[in-house]
Design a protein around this ligand. Sequence first.
Ligand code: C2E
Ligand code: MG
Ligand code: MG
Ligand code: MG
Length: 293
Amino acid sequence: RAKELHRNTFEFYTSELTERAIEHLTLSSEMRQALERNEFELYYQPQFNLTSGRLVGAETLLRWRHPTRGLITPYCFINIAEDSALIDPIGGWVINQLCRDVAGWLKGGLKLPRIAFNVSSKQLEHYDVKGRIEHALQRWGLEPSDLDLELEVTEGALQHEERSVEVLRQVRLLGLSVAIDDFGTGYSSLSRLKHMPIDTLKIDRMFIRDLPDDPNNQALASGIILLGRALGLKVVAEGVENVEQLRFLQERNCDEAQGFLLSKPLPKAAFEKMLKGEGLPAIPPASLTVVRK
Ligand code: C2E
Ligand code: MG
Ligand code: MG
Ligand code: MG
């Protein structure tokens, strides 16, 4: 009976693995065509200053409008792109499209907040990210000083790769800022962090999730905010979904926040409206929040 069960489980796993392998192959070949067929889109998620309540930034998030699966998030395909060389042209597409959007907004007289975009550590390690950025800026007639661009990478990129750190250094010299994404989920050496070419820490939403009820997350989120302050970095909280979390972050003097409470990632047209001041969320000022004992 036990043996039988074991065998069934085994067969279940093998067929699931095969299915996954097929899914993987299908997606990666479809992804190749997705670029030519123009199936990728950029969404923008606004970020707000927690003291002034102002819209101060936005994160560019990639979407794939798949012909049969609908709109899919990078969680479903970025790792597949990273395993193939596709991450390079897709990353190039993101930077180019974002510069194109930015150039349009500036031409339309809009005042832009900081615009951030994600780069995977594979891109930094193996491809010419700086070249991609320079090329896109030039193509759309942008000077780095015309705008406030920020590159986001996860902690992993700073770990062992001297080359990646050097690229970040050069990207900063170009006039962009650098954010560490999902901070707290990797293993940053704190002594090394001090010497890293970075400007911003983004607290991973894992630490925001059960605020203010979870005492561990209270300690961790507060700790990251203090660490950021001590290192002279801006701190942005990700994944803020309710007012209690927002208040907690305000009381701890976290600089900025993004999350579904404030705004979901928006398609270009909806983000443009927000740039024009329409549909902005009302954020209670920090000074009015009740101090928690
Ligand atoms: P990330 O950079 O940490 O981006 C934040 C993710 O959290 C986004 O998922 C966003 O939609 C989601 N999010 C924002 N606010 C909330 C919230 O309040 N609650 C919850 N539950 N989620 C929230 P998304 O857009 O699916 O992107 C997933 C990841 O894919 C990103 O995580 C980033 O690592 C990667 N990614 C996105 N765009 C790109 C890109 O252009 N290039 C590369 N290489 N990676 C990208
Ligand atoms: Mg990010
Ligand atoms: Mg993140
Ligand atoms: Mg994340």
